[in-house]
Design a protein around this ligand. Sequence first.
Ligand code: PDD
Length: 280
Amino acid sequence: MIVYVNGRYVHEEQAKVSVFDRGFLFADAVYEVTAIINGKLVDFERHIVRLQRSCHELQLALPYSIDEIKQIHRQLIERNNINEGLIYLQVTRGNAKQRDFLFPDKDVQPTLVMFAQKTNIIDNPKVQNGIKAVTVEDIRWARCDIKSVALLAASLAKEYAKQQGADDAIFVKGDIVTEGSSSNCFIINRHNQLQTRELDHEILPGITRKAVLSLAKEQGISIIEKAFSLEEMLMAKEVFITSATTLVCPVININNKVIGEGKPGKNAIRLREIYLENIK
Ligand code: PDD
């Protein structure tokens, strides 16, 4: 694979980042994952607007224009011949040349790393048949609205899910559901409303979440943005998660309890189809 590091396209084996990079030492970095379908970027502008916001919240000046970042995305798609997959982008506060908690001088340039990965986004049997999830206490930091690379809690949660024979984890804070380990979480509640947690510091403002909410609105589906409990999720008619890489992914079993009829729900299937049509 050809990857991008600070202005250069190099073979992955040749790519280098300093051991003093703030991303490596302090997780002082933010990232974005954008899906590629039919060789095209999905919702690129919204991802970059969120990247700019994440940088702003960390007082990290991004020295690249939207157009420059778009060109790098396109180059990676072309050079790696990607039809379907994703582009990962990470920007860190750069190489501070030493370990110091304080921000480095202004002349230290941020590190920008980008690479592409081939994955099946449309024809993904796991996603199409619905996944099994377990809930895990949400031990992440208090600014989950920033797309920070500090993903250890998510990694531990996914590993725990795997050890339990499940496909993914859904975070709960006490009794209340926050979001998926790398996705936003939706239910069809007992009033047949599409319900998802309101945006606050506890969840990431998902790009797919936003797209799905506006498509659901167009379809005349009643929507409520309000946190729900674990109990409400387990009793829901449908549960699904959304993210750039899974789009709309039905959840058919949580904590070994069957959700709804134990198969992908009609709303999840419909929203996935409409979202895909829209992308194409
Ligand atoms: N994760 N919530 C969390 C905690 C996430 O990590 C993600 C995405 C989302 C969904 O956001 P979006 O719809 O913009 O992809 C919600 C990416 C895919 C990842 O870390 O791989």
